[in-house]
Design a protein around this ligand. Structure first.
Ligand SMILES: CC(C)(COP(=O)(O)OP(=O)(O)OC[C@H]1O[C@@H](n2cnc3c(N)ncnc32)[C@H](O)[C@@H]1OP(=O)(O)O)[C@@H](O)C(=O)NCCC(=O)NCCSC(=O)C[C@H](O)C(=O)O
Ligand SMILES: [Mg+2]
Length: 301
């Protein structure tokens, strides 16, 4: 079997927990949580008069024990705000896996930061993530994602922010997110066109496990790689929904076996118990099994 993952990125990003950089208990707790990544937030969860203290917390956090097996992303304040420059200086000093830009409106917001990071000789391994959470961000999402075509642009992942988007548009929070679905799918199309990941928005009612389950199922069905989370209680369900189920793994393995059968040699289309499967399904199946292997190789926190 081809060991190279053929589809999409293979960083596990099922559960991406936002941890307010001002909250020392939450920072400490992040070591023991089973999420795939943490967003260390300097933006909306930190009051203006606490921004400097939050930055100091992150300096100490990065000087402490490493976060084993999790991507570390720092969400900065907008560069147009009074806090953005100091936040970006912190990022260039701490070198997390990625910097998350809030309220990205157009491609320039991404390329400006790429240029600043390149000018500061920051290694290309430090990637850029962008929040899509403004009307202009949604309108321009294809062009924003297109900046990710070259590794030098660093863009790696888009994260939907529905709190800001609802605030800016007046769309009400309703079950099924029916009025938001077209915009969510625009984000999915944009990331798939340019080989990036997209994360679904946070779900605010962290005690509503049933509602969260439904929204995770919807996000997975739409094509999101995972979900941004606000509370540790949301991690297990996100990992379950955004990872392949036992049935999906069994089905993928059956497709791989069917094409491995000498009878399938030279065939692009085969009959698998009354269902057509093509080699494109083999590619999908191999990607899914690869993801399942990554998940099972992951050490519990
Ligand atoms: C929402 C919260 C304020 C609730 O906090 P709390 O009242 O402390 O909850 P619990 O008592 O149930 O917490 C239980 C334990 O879990 C720890 N905890 C809670 N949240 C986190 C977390 N995010 N990371 C790590 N650990 C966490 C508590 O410390 C308790 O621990 P223990 O002492 O051991 O019992 C809080 O959950 C919270 O602040 N969440 C994150 C808020 C945040 O990051 N907001 C910004 C992101 S949202 C966003 O970006 C929106 C987007 O931009 C958009 O526009 O949509
Ligand atoms: Mg927001």
């Amino acid at each position: 079997m081809n060991q190279t993952p053929p589809l999409c990125s293979f960083n596990l990003r099922r559960s991406v927990l936002s941890v307010p950089a001002i909250n020392l208990r939450a920072l400490e707790k992040s070591h023991s949580l089973d999420c795939d990544a943490v967003i260390l937030d300097l933006e909306d969860s930190v009051a203006p008069e606490k921004k400097a203290e939050a930055r100091e917390n992150l300096r100490r956090f990065f000087a402490g024990p490493p976060l084993e097996g999790k991507e570390r992303i720092i969400r900065i304040n907008s560069l147009s705000s009074e806090f953005g420059a100091a936040d970006l200086d912190l990022v260039t000093a701490l070198l997390p896996d990625a910097v998350l830009l809030p309220k990205v409106d157009d491609p320039r917001d991404v390329t400006d930061i790429s240029d600043l990071l390149a000018d500061a000789d920051v290694p290309e391994e430090l990637r850029i993530w962008a929040m899509i959470e403004t009307p202009r961000g949604v309108l321009n999402v294809g062009a924003i994602a297109e900046t990710g075509r070259t590794p030098a642009s660093r863009l790696d992942c888009l994260v939907v922010g529905l709190n800001d988007l609802r605030k800016e548009t007046g769309v009400l929070p309703q079950p099924g997110r029916s009025f938001l679905v077209p915009w969510l799918m625009q984000v999915i199309l944009a990331v798939k066109a340019y080989g990036l990941d997209a994360l679904d928005s946070v779900f605010n009612d962290f005690q509503d496990a049933e509602g969260f389950d439904v929204e995770c199922g919807q996000g997975r069905a739409m094509g999101f790689a995972g979900k941004m989370l606000i509370h540790p209680g949301q991690i297990a369900a996100a990992n379950r929904h955004f990872g392949p189920s036992a049935e999906e793994i069994a089905e993928a393995q059956a497709i791989i076996s069917a094409f491995a059968d000498p009878a399938a040699e030279g065939l692009n289309v085969i009959n698998a118990d009354g269902r057509m499967i093509e080699r494109l399904h083999l590619v999908q199946a191999e990607a899914l099994v690869h993801k399942a292997r990554l998940i099972s190789a992951r050490k519990p926190a």
